[in-house]
Design a protein around this ligand. Structure first.
Ligand SMILES: [Zn+2]
Length: 335
């Protein structure tokens, strides 16, 4: 499975949380000042931007690795470097999916995604969805934030974590998201819509029940830590898969029980787990098992809903009890 980062994954990281770094380095402002040149400090610690075409790094493409100027973490391989013509060194991928972290940046009246070193939070630059294939990403970096390692690095880059995706519908995504966020081995959960017949549906349209979409969550997980079969079993155990188009008081096709599979292997596993668990339920399973069609991330205010709105009525009345039940059931799998 490819670990190439694409724009939707970058947006997901920026809105719902970044991959865990292998290590974290924190220093005080005066420690950074002592270690860096004034320009390096301005760019990396104060979110500065160097002048375009101010570095010869823009036009150098010989083999080598670029590290964070603050903490030496390896960030980019020159094999992923390209000439963007912008005047800033540009890359299509970081050296490792967890090397760089992403933040929404609404400064200067623009909505952009900031790229920072995931180890020390040094500001590196921004990421844009207008780079070359296959990733179509452009990491527009400040040369002053990078340090070229001429020789092969002594410490090889950490093997990238091979994460996988799983997509489940189990009623209101505020609830299912809150459950899966608790699991060890789950790196990110994005609420969204899947399985309908309208492009780019809004929450209002989906709730109207006319678009055919189910409210779903898309889970990024590390199969070394939690297996897909376990996720399917947890999904079935933490919603009611026997009530057609309904979860408790929530009624409508958007609340249907569903598993959207990302590969024939996932379909096989999900089918087997459903058959295995079916006898444990009082009624036949109504869960839709379909290959994943397009997944549309939900509006930003739906993401991480329970954690950002703990006082909301629905969270207290519906999600908290569900979560307590799920935590009890899944004690040995919690983060
Ligand atoms: Zn760093």
């Amino acid at each position: 499975m490819s670990t190439i980062l694409t724009w939707s994954r970058i947006v997901e990281f920026a809105t719902t949380g970044n991959p865990k770094p292998a290590r974290i380095i924190e220093k005080t402002e005066s420690e950074w000042r002592a270690q860096l040149t004034p320009e390096q400090f301005y760019v990396t610690r104060q979110h500065g931007t160097e002048r375009a075409f101010s570095s010869e790094l823009c036009s150098r493409f010989e083999p080598g690795i670029y590290a964070c100027v603050c903490c030496n973490t390896l960030l980019f391989d020159s094999a992923e470097k390209f000439d963007s013509g912008t005047g800033w060194p540009s890359f299509t991928q970081p050296i490792d999916p967890s090397a760089v972290a992403y933040n929404l940046d609404v400064s200067h009246g623009m909505q952009r995604i900031e790229a920072v070193c995931n180890t020390c939070r040094a500001h590196l630059g921004h990421v844009f969805p207008d780079g070359p294939a296959p990733s179509r990403l452009r990491y527009c970096m400040n040369a002053v934030a990078l340090k070229k390692q001429e020789a092969a690095p002594t410490a090889p880059a950490k093997a990238p974590t091979q994460t996988e995706l799983a997509t489940f519908g189990g009623g209101c995504f505020w609830c299912t998201e809150a459950v899966f966020q608790q699991l060890r081995g789950v790196h990110a959960v994005v609420s969204g819509y899947c399985g309908g017949h309208v492009d780019n549906p809004t929450y209002k349209e989906v709730c109207g029940g006319q678009t055919g979409h189910a409210e779903v969550i898309q889970v990024t997980f590390d199969p070394q830590e939690i297996r897909y079969a376990d996720l399917v079993a947890i999904h079935l155990a933490t919603h009611d898969p026997t009530t057609a188009n309904r979860q408790g008081a929530d009624v409508g096709t958007q609340y249907r029980s569903a598993i959207f599979t990302h590969s024939p292997e996932q379909a096989e596993i999900a089918q087997a787990v459903m058959e295995q668990l079916a006898p444990a339920f009082d009624a036949p399973l109504t869960t839709e098992l379909s290959p994943l069609a397009t997944f549309y991330p939900a509006e930003a205010y739906h993401q991480n809903y329970y954690n950002t709105n703990p006082g909301a009525g629905y969270c207290q009345a519906v999600i908290s009890p569900k979560l307590q039940k799920a935590r009890k059931l899944l004690q040995d799998r919690l983060k």
